[in-house]
Design a protein around this ligand. Structure first.
Ligand code: PLP
Length: 387
């Protein structure tokens, strides 16, 4: 049934759809609007499915905005820490919401956006850190360039003509978090910006809501949404990326070589995939991706009870010593040619691949039921065309 050649991504359309159904449930019960954050998952072959369930998408700039304009349906939002003049006419023609990062950007482009018929928002920084550990994912960390603080807002926006341009407020401060952290963030937003919320039409809660993860507190999320709807009469937007495609894809690779154990009890395994090139978040975040299958068997991890454990360190065929995917305990041995499949590979993976070392990009397949549909092949030309 499957003659796909490794390495390749396989997007699971059924899992994607079950995530979309959960998000749609939140929309239906509360009347909020949920958008796909395209930067996380841009496989436009599935945009028609996403558009069936969600209200639209959000973009980090003109390319993503154009992709949704061409391949999606519904609302098209865009945010950037700073826009470029040469992109503005295109953005105004394709988007219906634009969120600015600073009073200066609002002053530069806000009036033209309004005249072009767009809704205009400003990203705020509620100065409320709720995440530990991942400072690079915390827009409220000291020195952040993302969002306008209350101090800056009341100095440069409130009471000036810029205020008349604003239809809504945007914040994005979470990353893989539950709704208790959203609740805390809303307290900070109300405390610092409560005075102006009555004058807005909408509020955008950004992304980072892990809504489709097992155990996420959806009722609390819905209370957060209703709170802003009822207290301030605001329309509420959410723009998750991860939650849309969580656990909705795999990365398939093959063992190229198993090296002898080198004294630390771990054997190095070289795969035809690479952390650095195909799953950079493994190094950037960092995290160890779950193993989904090995040699066609699911969950091959040793439970420690059946005596022998094999420890393997999976790495890529690149020059980078740190191109390590992780160390895994397994109950079976590996040999050349064995298939190794990593889980949760639809998010922040295909959008981040690169061809460092001339690594081939993984092909992309889309799985629906038992059917594997070929979507994209990448070749030498894709490498050559970039350099
Ligand atoms: C990254 C980002 C998102 C999506 O975040 P997830 O963690 O993937 O849910 C949404 N909005 C903005 C402004 C972002 O930067």
């Amino acid at each position: 049934m499957n003659n796909a050649r490794t390495p390749y991504f396989c997007i699971d359309a059924d899992r994607l759809e079950s995530n979309l159904r959960i998000l749609r449930g939140v929309m239906d019960r509360t009347g909020c609007k949920i958008l796909l954050a395209q930067k996380c998952f841009s496989c436009y072959g599935l945009y028609p499915l996403v558009a069936e369930y969600l209200a639209g998408a959000t973009a980090s700039g003109i390319f993503e905005a154009r992709l949704w304009h061409e391949e999606g349906r519904g609302e098209n939002h865009v945010f950037s820490p700073a826009f470029k003049e040469e992109d503005m006419d295109g953005i105004f023609a394709m988007c219906d919401h634009i969120d600015f990062n600073s009073p200066r950007q609002l002053a530069l482009y806000g009036k033209r956006a309004k005249d072009a018929g767009l809704q205009v928002g400003l990203r705020i920084n509620p100065e409320c850190s709720t995440q530990e550990g991942h400072a690079i994912y915390d827009p409220c960390a000291p020195g952040s360039r993302l969002g306008t603080t209350a101090g800056e807002f009341f100095r440069a926006v409130a009471g000036t003509p810029l205020m008349e341009l604003l239809d809504g407020i945007h914040f994005h401060t979470l990353c893989e978090q539950d709704s208790d952290d959203l609740e805390k963030t809303l307290d900070a937003v109300e405390e610092r910006f409560g005075d102006i919320l009555h004058r807005m039409q909408w509020i955008n809660f950004g992304g980072g809501h892990h809504i489709t993860r097992m155990g996420y507190d959806i009722p609390r999320l819905e209370r957060c949404i209703r709170r802003m709807q009822e207290k301030y009469g605001l329309e509420v937007y959410l723009e998750p990326g991860e939650a849309v495609a969580l656990n909705a894809g795999t990365l398939h690779s093959s063992v190229l070589e198993v090296q002898p154990e080198g004294g630390d009890g771990v054997q190095n395994v070289i795969l035809d995939t690479s952390a650095a090139c195909h799953m950079p978040d493994v190094i950037e975040m960092p995290y160890t991706p779950p193993l989904e299958r090995v040699k066609g068997e699911s969950v091959p991890l040793a439970d420690g009870e059946d005596g022998k454990q094999y420890k393997y360190r999976f790495g890529g065929p690149t020059c980078l010593s740190g191109d390590v995917i992780g160390v895994y305990d397994m109950a079976c041995t590996l040999t050349e040619g064995d298939e190794v499949v990593f889980g949760d590979m639809a998010i922040y993976s295909m959008v981040k691949t690169n061809t460092f070392n001339g690594m081939p990009l993984p092909d992309i397949y889309i799985k629906k039921g038992e059917t594997l549909r070929f979507w994209k092949h990448f070749s030498y030309d894709d490498f050559k065309s970039r350099v």
